[in-house]
Design a protein around this ligand. Structure first.
Ligand SMILES: *Cc1c(COP(=O)(O)O)cnc(C)c1O
Length: 453
């Protein structure tokens, strides 16, 4: 029961959080070096005795807040980073108070229901086949892992091998086909599954990082083909409509890493980018990127969810099965937080139209930025089809110096990458909070930085 102290604490933290969010537009996007140095104050030996909760939160806010990256704000373009929609953030707080263990309808009827609804809504929004099911997991890395666990089981089962019971030692050889521009997280997932990070057949990519359909190998034996919807640098999509039907006809399991790119399916004007991906067997998706929910939110979606349950369900006498299929049957975790709550709240708050608008707005903002860069003589290295822009500031280390200067300016924040052998600034426009004026302010700063390098 919330006593007075708890109530005061929660009101206090709400006020602190509101002040923080209101400050984001004004403060430097990256924390100052002094703020980062002050984090040492959080360390030290384990406190021998505790301090009051109000003091704990006051210290955390005083030291932690200034050391945060303003990635919840409007001018953070690093990695692929959404902010938190107000409804999603508020749902996250309420869920924190509820503290549900969402592994089953016995442990939490609400958690199990929200998981089921969130998965159904994601499947519907992305235009995936009816009956597709899955799990809510921590992010796209675990979504790839989870979906590929179902893939590994299915293709080896067809070859007469029960990998979950008997392991990989002595199993028929399984071939994993990936694009040359596959995301690093996919290789990590393959490593965790015992399939080997390097034990892959690599298909060359074209100039935008798309898998080249004309270079696909002959399929032979148990095979998983991993496609990508949304290259993390260029935003490009593998040619799914060309690749998937033939592969599936040959018994290949087709998996899609669509962490942020699959969201293009929600926007009518961008949907053609995702054409054909719905024919795959499984999909990895992030919600904490373009759906703009708090972190620790992704989804592994599988056309035949029973295959996922075959790979991941567990049996223990004390885990009483619920009436419906339970989250625990489809996810690598047993105990789990109520990830469905923010996905539910975000979709409810935006609706299909609002999500489409968010995607389209960010894509337009990326195009606007790219056009402004080119007009200023800053080279854009990719075809801007989505929300990703790659910029070169000139030969030598000009781009690295531009990135450092931009980050130090505090106006906005972009990271770096290497694109087709050249250093590039990566600009990812993925936040609901970004307005056109933020694009213009950031563009002006990039142009100023260009004149200095
Ligand atoms: C971000 C991303 C990942 C990794 O996702 P996490 O949510 O960080 O685990 C994997 N694949 C692609 C294409 C991505 O953009």
């Amino acid at each position: 029961m919330a006593d007075d102290d708890t109530e005061r604490l929660l009101h206090d933290v709400a006020e602190r959080a509101s002040l923080y969010l209101a400050s984001l537009d004004q403060r430097p996007v990256a924390p100052t070096p002094a703020a980062v140095e002050a984090l040492a104050e959080l360390a030290g030996p384990v406190p021998p005795i505790g301090m009051g909760s109000a003091d704990v939160i006051a210290q955390l806010d005083r030291i932690g807040g200034p050391a945060t990256m303003a990635s919840a704000g409007p001018r953070y373009f690093g990695f692929v980073t959404g902010g938190s929609l107000p409804a999603a953030l508020a749902a996250n707080w309420l869920a924190g108070a509820w503290d549900q263990n969402s592994f089953s309808s016995v442990s939490s009827p609400l958690g199990a229901a929200l998981t089921r609804i969130a998965v159904e809504w994601l499947v519907d929004l992305l235009g995936l086949p009816a009956g597709t099911g899955g799990a809510l997991v921590t992010g796209a890395t675990m979504a790839n892992f989870t979906a590929l666990a179902a893939a590994r089981r299915a293709v080896l089962k067809t070859a007469g091998w029960d990998v979950d019971a008997d392991g990989l030692a002595g199993a028929p050889r399984l071939t994993v086909v990936v694009g040359a521009e596959a995301h690093a997280a996919l290789f990590k997932a393959l490593g965790m599954l015992g399939l080997g990070r390097n034990n892959v057949t690599t298909v060359p990519a074209d100039d935008e990082g798309r898998m080249r359909a004309d270079r696909l190998p002959e399929f032979d034996g148990p095979t998983i083909l991993c496609l990508q919807a949304g290259n993390v640098n260029s935003g490009a999509f593998d040619p799914a409509a060309e690749l998937i039907p033939a592969a599936r006809r040959q018994g290949v399991w087709v998996h899609v890493d669509g962490a942020f790119g699959l969201w293009a399916a929600v926007a009518p004007g961008r949907r053609s980018l995702t054409a054909g991906f719905e024919q795959a067997d499984s999909w990895a998706l992030d919600a904490h990127k373009w759906l703009n929910v708090p972190y620790d939110s992704g989804a592994a979606l599988v056309r035949n969810p029973q295959g996922l349950a075959d790979a991941l369900s567990i049996n223990a006498a004390y885990i009483m099965p619920g009436a419906d299929a339970d989250p625990i049957d489809f996810s690598p975790e047993s105990s789990q937080r109520m990830r469905g709550v923010e996905i539910w709240a975000a979709i409810k708050a935006l609706g299909r139209a609002g999500i489409a608008d968010l995607v389209v707005r960010n894509c337009h903002q990326a195009s606007r930025l790219a056009a402004g860069l080119e007009a200023a003589g800053i080279e854009v290295l990719n075809e801007v089809v989505l929300n990703q822009v790659l910029a070169s500031f000139g030969p030598g280390d000009a781009t690295e110096r531009a990135i450092a200067a931009l980050q130090a300016s505090g106006v906005c924040w972009c990271g770096g990458t290497s694109w087709r052998g050249r250093p590039a600034m990566r600009i990812s426009v993925s936040s609901w909070a970004t307005q056109d004026k933020d694009i213009d302010v950031s563009l002006a700063e990039m142009i100023r930085v260009k004149s200095m390098v």
